[in-house]
Ligand binder design. Structure first.
Ligand code: NAD
Length: 422
């Protein structure tokens, strides 16, 4: 359709298979498609430039198409150097006229030059997954801040960073935290990360999970999803948590719970999903069994203390794509998957489209909320309003053909009254 938009993708000739992938994902994204149809009529984003820094996947392509249908001029860059699907990037730029700056495996300098290119479009709205764009705006491009009407944030780690900025008075933009919607984190983080993390582990290693001691570090939304899916495949799940309530929940969900030192000695496979730093550190690598596999599905690649692992192992080699073998003195081997980056996006395809349908419906509605609001939203971290969140769930049920019980007027009165008792 349009081959003239400025872009930097690995190979524009990959557009054909990329378009097929985008269309395949679209079939599982009916809620987003409904929003796209409405946007095409109402054009709520007419005249709005959006700079999005998201994982460049087929699901994201369908979000970009939705924003475009709403009248927005969209530029996309990657939110992780390893998560880009090159054929999807090619199709977006070649077939849909969307500017894309993303190449799978791009180096640190290219990654940041791509973010800078997205900001050079002088966006009115930013979309982040991990707050890198907003962070660059506040550090290097403060000239653009007053021009921007607001930003959205997709993931837990980004929301944590943005809340810290708001707390310190450093935040200069209104943000809508899409991750906080129930129709986002309850489904995307739990079922999406749960399934796709195991998918990434299996695609990269082809190991049998049944009978393995699988250690999940962090029992939040993502950790719960990974634990329950691994349990269903026959793994012995061991949970490591710092929050006593969540640790207790893991115990009562039937998992063995212990600290990292205890888990390090018995685990066959380790997955971190804490949003924290160095949760598996040198002293833990030192206790691991020969052949232990470590990977991360949290947002940043800092959850595993990789500088220590590299320092401990003079020799390392790639034994399969996304599998690096580290040989420790004495001969023990530790296998690192996907360079310690989000394994579900590095070695698999990220979340299935059916959950991204809801996450990206929230993104599209958040962008509409920012664009339609007469006054700029207050400088704070906002939620998507609860009625919109519920509407996304209602639409999803509708597209799944699931009937929802409706309160009778008598029940509604009863629930809103205090007079009736025993
Ligand atoms: N892979 C993906 O596609 C994907 C999808 C969604 C979210 N994420 C990322 O995954 C991470 C987790 O997200 P979430 O929504 O589950 O967050 P969450 O806040 O619900 O859960 C994180 C848990 O980790 C625990 N934790 C923190 N430090 C720890 C430590 N040192 N040891 C053990 N436990 C520790 C916390 O107490 C918390 O219970 C974030 O970085 C988020 O951005 C990744």
């Amino acid at each position: 359709m349009n081959t003239t938009v400025p872009s930097d993708v690995a190979d524009p000739r990959l557009a054909g298979p990329g378009k097929l992938r985008i269309e395949w994902a679209d079939q599982e994204m009916p809620v987003l498609a409904m929003i796209r149809q409405r946007f095409a009529k109402e054009k709520p984003l007419a005249g709005i430039r959006v700079a999005a820094c998201l994982h460049v996947t087929s699901e994201t392509a369908n979000l970009m198409r939705t924003l475009q249908a709403g009248g927005a001029e969209v530029t996309l860059c990657a939110s992780n150097p390893l998560s880009t699907q090159d054929e999807v990037a090619a199709s977006m730029s070649e077939d849909y006229g969307i500017s894309v700056y993303a190449r799978k495996g791009e180096d640190h300098g290219t990654y940041y030059s791509h973010l800078a290119a997205a900001l050079d479009t002088r966006p009115h709205i930013t979309m982040d997954d991990g707050a890198d764009l907003v962070s660059m705006l506040h550090k290097d491009r403060t000239d653009l801040l007053s021009h921007i009407r607001g930003g959205t944030e997709e993931t837990t780690t980004g929301v944590i960073r943005l809340r810290a900025m708001a707390r310190d008075g450093a935040l200069k933009l209104p943000i809508v935290a899409v991750n906080e919607s129930d129709t986002k984190h309850l489904f995307d983080n739990r079922y999406g990360t749960g399934q796709s993390t195991l998918d990434g582990i299996i695609r990269s290693t082809n190991i049998l999970l049944a009978g393995k001691n699988l250690v999940v570090v962090g029992y939040g939304w993502c950790g719960r999803g990974i634990a329950s899916r691994a349990d269903g495949m026959g793994a012995n799940v061991i949970v490591v948590e710092v929050n006593p309530v969540r640790a207790l929940e893991a115990v009562m969900d039937g998992y063995r719970v212990t600290d990292m030192a205890g888990a390090a000695a018995i685990g066959d496979l380790f997955v971190t999903v804490t949003g924290n730093k160095h949760v598996i550190a040198r002293e833990h690598f030192e206790r691991m069994k020969d052949g232990a596999i470590v990977c991360n599905s949290g947002h940043f690649d800092v959850e595993l203390e990789l500088p220590s692992l590299r320092a401990m192992a003079p020799e390392s080699r790639e034994v399969r794509p996304y599998v690096q073998e580290f040989k420790l003195p004495g001969g023990r081997r530790i296998y690192l998957l996907g360079e310690g980056r989000l394994i579900n996006l590095a070695a698999a395809e990220g979340h299935p489209a059916a959950v991204m349908d809801m996450s990206f419906a929230n993104q599209a509605l958040a962008a509409e909320m920012i664009a339609r609001s007469k006054e700029r939203l207050s400088i704070a971290v906002h939620r998507v309003p609860e009625d919109l969140d519920r509407e996304v769930a209602r639409l999803k049920l509708q597209t799944m053909g699931v009937a929802l019980q409706v309160l009778t007027p008598e029940q509604e009165r009863y629930l809103n009254s205090w007079e009736e008792g025993t």
